[in-house]
Design a protein around this ligand. Structure first.
Ligand code: ASP
Length: 297
């Protein structure tokens, strides 16, 4: 049985097949491909896009979806996540989609289930469907000719599962990441990295802006101090129209949620170089393709 825990679970060939399927699902029309299937979603962390995107993908393909409300579930009575998942599995769903703050949890749940697990984000570890939809968006924009494209990944690299999944996936398709972040968000890496966004602007084809992951930082800081930090951060790393005035052909991506005027300025969100909403649409098509792969193929 196949699970989707990280992008490394998929070969290049399998990913290209997912893209072919996603293209067929691009209009997000309904079909009965997953009729009779039942999918459970279990989100222990907040989510707007990923949860609704998975649910819409499943329903568009004719599956039924049960969203377990974790705040009222037995994990609140002291049950372990492993036991919760084993009990859900005993009700014979066709797939379980899980998001949790613990890195590696979806991987460790594999031995508790007899259906595919889809990782919808585990801590700062991985967010495979996000990276797949990101690559798919890039792939479509360049009609498949993505080899040699340079991508600046800007923001809280150290705490972003979107960054880590993209860093596994994009180089396999010949893209060159350049990591741009303040020193405190840097990671040890084989990729080029810099603190200076302006310096790399004329070298890159794509900018992927990321949100600062305050919820994953160890120390809580005072609200006033946080406001100062946000201002300082945005001065150096906010993607604005002014900053990209000479980059006519660049494309801008962001996985959401966007912190407006900190990650990306209002005017740049509206700009035609922004792919942010296209990413959201592509996310449903990619998740439809992933569900087809794990539940039907
Ligand atoms: N939505 C993405 C995630 O779940 C990015 C973010 O939260 O900043 O990782």
């Amino acid at each position: 049985m196949k699970h989707l825990i990280t992008t490394a679970d998929l070969t290049k060939k399998e990913i290209l097949k997912l893209f072919e399927d996603a293209e067929l699902f691009d209009d997000l029309k309904s079909s009965n491909l997953l009729e009779g299937k039942l999918i459970v979603t279990l989100f222990f962390e907040n989510s707007t896009r990923t949860r609704s995107s998975f649910e819409i993908a499943a329903k568009r393909l004719g599956a039924q979806v049960v969203n377990l409300e974790v705040n009222t579930s037995s994990t609140k009575k002291g049950e372990t996540v492993e036991d919760t998942v084993a009990n859900l599995d005993a009700m014979k769903p066709d797939a379980i989609i899980i998001r949790h703050s613990d890195c590696g949890l979806p991987e460790s749940l594999k031995s508790y289930v007899s259906c595919p697990i889809l990782n919808a984000g585990d801590g700062k570890n991985a967010h495979p469907t996000q990276a797949l939809l990101d690559l798919y968006t890039i792939y479509k924009h360049y009609n498949g000719k993505v080899k040699g494209k340079n991508i600046a990944i800007v923001g809280d690299i150290a705490n972003s599962r979107v960054a880590s999944s993209n860093l596994e996936l994009l180089p396999r398709f010949g893209l060159n990441p350049i990591l741009v972040s303040p020193k405190k968000f840097k990671v040890k890496t084989k990729f080029k990295s810099t603190t200076n966004l302006k310096k790399v602007l004329n070298k890159v084809d794509i900018i992927m802006s990321l949100r600062v992951q305050h919820e994953r930082h160890d120390r809580a800081i005072l609200p006033e101090k946080l406001e100062v930090q946000k201002k300082e951060y945005s001065k150096k790393y906010c993607i604005t129209k002014k900053l990209l005035k000479n980059q006519k052909d660049i494309i801008l991506m962001h996985p959401g949620p966007v912190n407006r005027n900190i990650d990306v300025s209002d005017d740049m969100i509206e700009d035609k170089r922004s792919k942010i909403l296209e990413q959201v649409t592509n996310g449903v098509a990619i998740r439809m393709a992933c569900l087809k792969k794990l539940l039907v193929d």
